[in-house]
Design a protein around this ligand. Sequence first.
Ligand code: NAD
Length: 333
Amino acid sequence: MRIGVAGVGRIGTMHATNLAALDQVDEVLLFDPVPGRAAVASAALPGTKAVDDLDALLTASDGVLLATPTTTHPALLRAALAAKVPALCEKPIASDLDEMRALVDDVEASGVEVLVGFQRRFDPAVFELHRRVRAGEVGDVYLVRAIGNDAQPPDFGYLPASGGIFRDLLIHDLDAIPWLVGEPVVEVYASGSVLVHQAFADADDVDNAVVMLKFAGGAHATLAGGRHDPLGYDHRIEVLGSKDSLAVGVDARTPLTSLEPGGPVVADDAYPGFPERFHRAYVNEMTVFTQVVAGEVANPSPARESLISLRLAEACEASRRSGAPIRLTGVNA
Ligand SMILES: NC(=O)c1ccc[n+]([C@@H]2O[C@H](COP(=O)([O-])OP(=O)(O)OC[C@H]3O[C@@H](n4cnc5c(N)ncnc54)[C@H](O)[C@@H]3O)[C@@H](O)[C@H]2O)c1
């Protein structure tokens, strides 16, 4: 099959590389409006070919991956729907809730498969955690704890358009944790501070945040996220239940030093960033995308479910600003 990639920037180049390595992909087509960018990327990547415009990309592709700036996602996704080409769109598929709701309605009316690039859903360890929780192997879930720290802050010029720490960074766990627990969220409380750099305050944002989610059945989740970790990129999830206690993201590369005798110490090759930490997830995401395109598996990350994380991110932002918890009437898509 042939897969098109629109947007050959940071994440698009990584996805194109992973797609080109798959046996079931005959060719990866690249399009980027910056003159020469797709041709340069294609010259460096065997199995790819640059095309001149979006129409050429959609006409020649069995599936299209949208790895462009978030503001361009709704228009590009609608072009894919009109061309009847299944798509994997990077998260978020739209930057505000009303726009996303309208887009999700259009996706469903079209009958075209659209996957959202929340890579935790494709991570083998997180997927196994999900399977065990949903199979009852953990028993009743008492508590979920997630931590997600960038190693270094993003370019400060990126901050004003980022949407803030909840829409930009914590959104991944705001997607993954309700998906894991499988119950509506009934209450949200969030708090944040500027501890890393004044640039976050100047952008009306925070650089460290904590979120509490309460689920309909009474279980809680705490999510913590920050923009600087001197030891590396750290993402972990722990689930404590009545039968078992499980963790993902705890391995020889976790940027953490234990003070216990014989405990782990930070490794020289601690994860430097999200591409390394989630390498297996990104490779698997491309495999699953091709399987959805071929009609072999169900879509594990549908557009409608991505409404949940944006709704929660907006509630987190409102809670941080007001200092009060927010009760929700059960957040599901
Ligand atoms: N899932 C993840 O882990 C993850 C990580 C990083 C970024 N993202 C998401 O991926 C998207 C892209 O982020 P990035 O960091 O790669 O951005 P980037 O700026 O590095 O790359 C975007 C590319 O898209 C191109 N582009 C712009 N408009 C286009 C259009 N209309 N058609 C085709 N190409 C177009 C740009 O020229 C650029 O080359 C964002 O939505 C971001 O939120 C997801």
